[in-house]
Design a binder for this molecule. Structure first.
Ligand code: PQQ
Length: 564
């Protein structure tokens, strides 16, 4: 009994359940359902709504999961809920007891769970991973990923492959070391670990396995020891090549001149591997199969964590696509992670003029914030205005791919930043940036931009512009629909070919969640969580001021067509 590896393999095509984050481990977020379509979506109405309650309403980034008539969601402050699909009533709730000193960088959010066997798994803000009984919410096991006092936390949905629960970590702003870990789903026992920064050793069944990369090849001195590269957005799994794909965040500290990245020296490029990279990992033992670095010599906080989606291009080639924080949309080969093509997906990128034929950025060196200047006030180095802003051309919010249209639906933001470097030294549990910044809009009337992109050409087929930055996930269906939400609270269905707005519903708070759809007893349902928060109100500079009127909340909305 219970959910099997086979069930997970079929999650993208089976429509009764949603067992994985991404609606399938290749993260296409595509449903083959057509009951709800371009003709009838205008009739969509709420079936029920469920409040997460609690005194503190913070960002709700969770993707609901569906299994056996029950919806499972996570909430801010490391909470999980089981909800009866027929009635919208709570079955159980689990609240993690969080210690005082947790250090999440970017709101107290959680992006969802993972189902396997008779358990549901989710990570907590004190950098732990918990297995709960699907039926009762009772704790089966609860394991420490890393020490929250050093700045580690956990916000991603776990990934389950071949009976292993696979997790990343958060804490890139505190000089932690990014890592991927695999545990036995039944017992919680650690099977392997893979740090993603060069010089650190991996483990397999309790013994040291291999070193990641080559010691001191791309980092100066001891900087690799606190090199960042948090694997904070979790990963995807390509069953065709049996590969886990995880992204690594920004190298630490932000100040690139302290990492040789600003001014490369003879024999050391300052690329700071494998920060700001995607890694192909063998699920059996945690060995690295390949890597692709989107932003070598990173200096603008362009984390390389954004999701890597497996798809097939127009010529039948098996590819990966990823829309990087640095503003470029990359196509990689699925077998070996090799670079195929890159296209800009936001306007007016300043830090690079393009990507060369090897996948390496063509830098605009004068758009790199300068080295700290001892003679200046606060040691401040030369300030530049860079596009995209450090919150990225695209941040964590997942895109969707439709094999029907062949397009990617990419939630992006058009914004820039003033950025400068400052002196910094590492202190355990303290912010480790060595930079200052202010985000600014680029255009008067919008920041958010949902783009329908052709992965074969980089052409944008249609665009939906939104005043506030887009921060919610996207989903698409064989019924010809693209769903996403806005910080202004609208949950919207678009025509997948034209971008025409076919339906919308005001949810009462900002949407930063991830929509899903499934069918039950001959009816198609759509759900999304509403609850404004995430990084924008905390880090958004002038943009945060622009959106400070938005109301917080915490409600799951579930929709269906009225009975005929
Ligand atoms: N989280 C959000 C969000 O949920 O809105 C936005 C961001 C994070 C960022 O822009 C980050 O750079 C970021 N970085 C880390 C890290 O480096 O460890 C973690 C997280 C996170 O766990 O949510 C974010």
């Amino acid at each position: 009994a219970g959910v099997t590896e086979q069930d997970l393999l079929e999650d993208a095509t089976s429509t009764h359940n949603v067992l994985t984050n991404g609606m399938g481990r290749d993260l296409q977020r595509f449903s083959p359902l057509t009951m709800l379509n371009k003709d009838n979506v205008k009739n969509l109405v709420p079936a029920w709504a469920f409040s997460l309650g609690g005194e503190k309403q913070r960002g709700q980034e969770s993707q609901p999961l569906i299994h056996d008539g029950v919806m499972y969601i996570t909430g801010s402050y490391s909470r999980m809920y089981a909800i009866d699909l027929a009635t919208g009533k709570e079955i159980w709730q689990y609240d993690a007891r969080l210690p005082e000193g947790i250090l999440p960088c970017c709101d107290v959010i959680n992006r969802g769970g993972a189902i396997y066997g008779d358990n549901i798994y989710f990570g907590t803000l004190d950098a732990r991973i918990v297995a709960l009984d699907l039926k009762t919410g009772d704790v089966k096991w609860n394991k420490k990923i890393a020490d929250y006092k050093e700045g580690y936390s956990y916000t991603a949905a776990p990934l389950i492959v071949n009976g292993l629960v696979i997790t990343g970590n958060s804490g890139g702003e505190f000089g932690i070391v990014g890592e991927v870990q695999a545990r036995d789903a039944e017992t919680g026992e650690l099977v392997w670990t893979r740090p993603v920064i060069e010089g650190h050793m991996g483990t397999f069944k309790g013994e040291e396995s291999t070193m990641t990369g080559t010691l001191n090849a791309t980092w100066p001195g001891d900087m690799w020891k606190t090199g960042g590269g948090a694997t904070w957005l979790g990963g995807s799994y390509d069953a065709d090549t049996n590969t886990l794909v995880f992204g690594a965040g920004n190298p630490a500290p932000w100040n690139s001149h302290l990492r040789n990245a600003g001014t490369p020296v003879e024999g050391n490029t300052g690329d700071n591997l494998y920060a700001a990279s995607r890694l192909g990992i063998d699920p059996e033992n945690g060995e690295i199969k390949w890597h692709f670095q989107t932003t070598p010599r990173e200096g603008w906080d362009f984390d390389g964590v954004n999701e890597v989606v497996a798809f097939v291009d127009k010529d039948g080639n098996k590819r990966f696509a990823t829309a990087d924080r640095n503003g470029f949309f990359y196509i990689l080969n699925r077998e070996d992670g090799k670079f195929v093509a890159a296209y800009p997906f936001v306007k007016d990128i300043t830090w690079a003029s393009g990507i060369d034929e090897n996948g390496r950025p063509i830098y605009n060196e004068d758009n790199r914030p300068g080295a700290p200047d001892a003679a200046a006030e606060g040691g401040k180095g030369q300030q530049v205005f860079a596009v995209p802003s450090f919150l990225g051309g695209k941040n964590w919010m997942p895109m969707a791919h439709s094999p029907k249209t062949g397009l990617f639906y990419v939630p992006s933001n058009e914004w820039g930043m003033d950025i400068w470097n400052e002196p910094i030294s590492y202190k355990k549990g303290a912010a480790y940036l060595g930079a200052g910044f202010t985000i600014k809009p680029l255009f008067e009337d919008y920041i958010g931009s949902l783009k329908a992109m052709d992965p074969n050409t980089g052409e944008v087929k249609w665009e939906f512009k939104n005043e506030a930055p887009l921060w919610g996930g996207v989903m698409t269906t064989a019924g010809g629909l693209v769903f996403t939400g806005t910080p202004e609270g609208e949950f919207i269905a678009f025509d997948d070919e034209t971008g025409e707005k076919l339906w919308s519903f005001q949810t009462g708070s900002g949407i930063v969640g991830q929509p899903i759809t499934w069918d039950q007893d001959g009816e198609q349902y759509v759900s999304v969580i509403s609850g404004w928060g995430g990084a924008v109100p905390l880090w958004g500079g002038e943009v945060a001021k622009k959106v400070n009127y938005l109301n917080q909340g915490g409600v799951v909305w579930t929709f269906k067509l009225p009975k005929q």
